[in-house]
Design a protein around this ligand. Structure first.
Ligand SMILES: [Zn+2]
Length: 300
């Protein structure tokens, strides 16, 4: 739910307003999932992340979001790190070691315990199929089920609004209890969920500016709520940017011949040409022209 009329999607944030809201150079992150190969949509996100961070003298951390243990593959991770190097996008903190969600079980466990000690966590026996839609109707909240293998864990989400000012979308208000109900923290297979892992990571890593695609805007209210429940007093600021769309109007979800970084490399395009193509695909350039990764801040 967004206040007022349908928002016009701005392409560039007001950098001076963003800088003054941040109060210090931002710490942001590039956080790809190793569930496929990089495509132009990932390159657009990299342009926004590195471009805005560097325009504001900030830092970019790299985090491999492999919380999805079923779909993540080491081969995809190796390929995405190789493609990022080839494109020229480098994390300011380096990647020795590579930061992976799969190595952070202890952090998620500790965050879970803090919520559990506040009596906010309960076991849930519902399958995705039983729940049906996006909103969980809090079926198991009062059942006092044991936490045992095969059951998920949820945190109770009270009613109330989460309001934030997105750096491109403006004022946004969401109601997590109405939108999604009690949040799943760990699924029935024992895997940490995206919403929980990313909130714990952003808190632990001191992320002050989250830059991601507009398809994730519905997650933001729940992550703000969860962050506060985990003790975060100053939430990060958010910027949700436009997505690269297919001609059919769907967002890109997988790389294919004309959008995959691997395929474009193999076809002989340079890194700068691929970055320019991605920038043009969302309107940051009127038409494609080569632009180096080290120059993307000039687009803002
Ligand atoms: Zn349930």
């Amino acid at each position: 739910m967004i206040d007022g009329p349908a928002p016009e999607m701005h392409l560039r944030p007001d950098l001076s307003a963003l800088a003054s809201r941040l109060g210090a150079p931002p710490v942001t992150r590039y956080a790809p999932s190793p569930t496929g190969y990089l495509h132009l949509g990932h390159v657009v996100n990299a342009i926004y992340v590195w471009g805005i961070a560097h325009a504001l003298s900030g830092r970019v951390l790299l985090r491999v979001e492999d919380h999805d243990r079923i779909r993540s593959r080491p081969a995809f991770e190796a390929a995405l790190l190789d493609d990022l190097d080839w494109l020229g996008f480098r994390a300011d903190a380096g990647r020795a070691p590579v930061v992976r969600q799969s190595d952070r079980d202890g952090s998620y466990g500790a965050a879970l315990e803090s919520l559990r000690s506040a009596h906010l966590v309960y076991a849930c026996n519902c399958s995705r199929k039983e729940i049906g839609g996006e909103r969980y109707p809090n079926t198991c909240r009062a059942l006092n089920l044991d936490d045992r293998p095969g059951r998920g864990l949820r945190v109770a989400i009270d009613a109330g609004t989460e309001a934030f000012v997105d750096a491109l979308l403006g004022a946004v208000r969401q109601s997590p209890a109405d939108d999604c109900g009690d949040l799943l923290l760990r699924d029935r297979d024992g895997h940490w969920t995206y919403q929980f892992a990313v909130t714990v990571d952003d808190l632990r890593d001191g992320i002050t500016l989250v830059i991601r695609g507009a398809d994730l805007v519905s997650s933001t209210g729940r992550q703000l709520r969860l962050a506060r429940m985990l003790g975060r007093t100053t939430p990060p600021l958010f910027l949700h940017h436009p997505l690269v769309m297919k001609a059919s109007g769907e967002k890109l979800s997988k790389s294919s011949g004309d959008t995959g970084v691997r395929e474009l490399r193999a076809a002989g395009l340079s890194a700068a040409e691929i970055i320019g193509r991605a920038a043009a695909a969302v309107g940051l350039l009127p038409e494609p022209r080569p632009i180096d990764a080290g120059e993307v801040q000039a687009l803002f």
